[in-house]
Design a protein around this ligand. Structure first.
Ligand SMILES: [Cu+2]
Length: 146
């Protein structure tokens, strides 16, 4: 009976420890894409920076159609109508330039930088101390007066 209850506590402690590990996973993957607006025949900002694995999302807030077409990556939005969005994810560090295929004066770039080491926002939960090992009792002979 006592052994069963102790085993249950070990399982519970393991579940808590697993939960702490999940809480420590990097939050960067959950970040929203970096925004770039297309306004007045220009990309704003013209240079956007994301970490490796991060995404950029363009939104056409202009009255005419535009594209997001990269020079050295196979990324091309095609025509974006007003209020249309387009997003792309960047897997390798570097500086990637792009332009609008309809307006050659519209230029932009995405800087992809190495991911920062995430600082944990949640402190790890202390694991339970190991059960003390029993030290054998040493029995000393007691001398009795006769
Ligand atoms: Cu354009």
């Amino acid at each position: 009976m006592g052994k069963i209850r102790a085993a249950g506590l070990v399982v519970l402690a393991a579940l808590i420890a697993a939960g702490a590990l999940f809480a420590l996973s990097p939050a960067s993957a959950l970040l929203a894409p970096a925004p770039v607006k297309i306004v007045n025949f220009a990309f704003q900002p013209a240079e956007q920076t994301v970490e490796v694995g991060g995404a950029v999302e363009w939104v056409n807030q202009d009255g005419s159609k535009h594209t997001v077409t990269f020079d050295s990556l196979p990324i091309d939005s095609g025509d974006l109508d007003t209020a249309q969005t387009f997003s792309a994810t960047f897997a390798a560090p570097g500086r990637y330039t792009y332009y609008c295929a309809r307006h050659s004066s519209m230029l932009g770039a995405v800087n992809v930088v190495a991911a920062q080491t995430p600082t944990p926002t949640v402190q790890p939960t202390a694991l339970p101390a190991p059960a003390p090992t029993l030290t054998p009792q040493v029995w000393q002979p007691i001398l009795l007066h006769e």
